[in-house]
Design a protein around this ligand. Structure first.
Ligand SMILES: [Zn+2]
Length: 297
């Protein structure tokens, strides 16, 4: 991460050195950092500037419910649904020629994708992860579907047929650096799956813990810059009922969470998500952007 004193503003998407607008970063933890959202003069991407230093970044994540939500048991059904939808999106692009699919999931969280990828691609899968959240690492080490757990991308020396960066890039001040690292670790014909929020500054009441706010054209532009050719890009979202549930949780705490659990149990029992393909077809709210791309040689 670049320190404040050493750097000038650069758009994380297109590297343009000019911004045209500034607004406060909606946050409960960053009020004193002096950082705010800047809009790129060229591509229009909003991002947090100046970059946070290591201490601020650590505080940022320690005080964010983000880390905790990754490993909560009650969120597991969400992660399974999302992983199923992502795998359906990815599977058509996994090379037919590969018998054993080597997968690297960067920022895997609790590693739900490791359980879903094998059935989606109908092949043997070796599932490696890079994860720093200590709670998630504990879970990952207990999962039979996980082959290796790495702390940093630099520790990864293998070559992969599929790299995954799901809800990762929006946390990075310099996402292109990670993309190039992942690109270097792809086998010939290897693909990368990326999912990010779709300009969530427009609809969320708080910006944290995100530092870059992509639209679909911005994400495609960044991937091209980092040496990828986009094979498929789409927006997706949640079902209307899930959104209502999420809203209720925010308004009504524990009771609403119980309602949500009952809803998911019924949903599972009635196999509702199998009929409508889970999150894959929930284009209504377009809250996420999903891309499959391959290394441009
Ligand atoms: Zn830009």
């Amino acid at each position: 991460m670049t320190s404040k004193s050493q750097s000038q503003y650069r758009c994380p998407v297109c590297m343009c050195p000019r911004f045209v607008a500034v607004k406060p970063y909606a946050s409960t933890t960053l009020r004193s950092s002096g950082a705010s959202l800047h809009k790129c003069a060229s591509c229009g991407c909003w991002s947090l500037w100046p970059h946070l230093d290591m201490e601020e970044t650590q505080k940022f994540y320690e005080t964010s419910p983000w880390s905790e939500s990754l490993v909560k048991k009650e969120n597991e059904s969400h992660f399974v649904l999302q992983s199923q939808a992502r795998c359906r999106f990815i599977a058509p692009f996994v090379s037919e020629a590969v018998n054993v699919v080597n997968v690297l999931d960067f920022g895997s969280g609790a590693g739900a994708m490791g359980d879903i990828v094998p059935s989606a691609v109908r092949k043997t899968v070796v599932y490696d992860v890079v994860e720093i959240n200590p709670e998630a690492v504990k879970l990952l080490k207990g999962r039979s579907s996980v082959a290796s757990v790495f702390q940093t991308i630099d520790a990864v020396s293998g070559r992969y047929d599929l790299a995954i960066a799901s809800h990762v890039l929006e946390h990075m001040f310099e996402p292109e650096i990670l993309l190039r690292s992942l690109r270097d670790r792809l086998s010939p014909g290897g693909i990368l799956f990326v999912e990010v929020p779709n300009e969530d500054w427009r609809f969320k009441t708080t910006n944290e813990p995100h530092v870059v706010f992509f639209s679909q054209p911005m994400l495609v532009h960044l991937l091209n810059r980092a040496g990828f050719t986009v094979l498929r890009a789409a927006t997706c979202g949640r079902r209307v009922l899930d959104l209502i549930m999420a809203r209720r949780i925010s308004l009504n705490g524990r009771i609403a969470r119980s309602v949500c659990l009952v809803y998911f149990a019924l949903q599972k029992l009635m196999r509702i998500y199998e009929e409508d393909e889970g999150y894959a077809r929930y284009g209504g709210d377009r809250r996420w952007i999903r891309v499959v791309c391959r290394r441009t040689d």
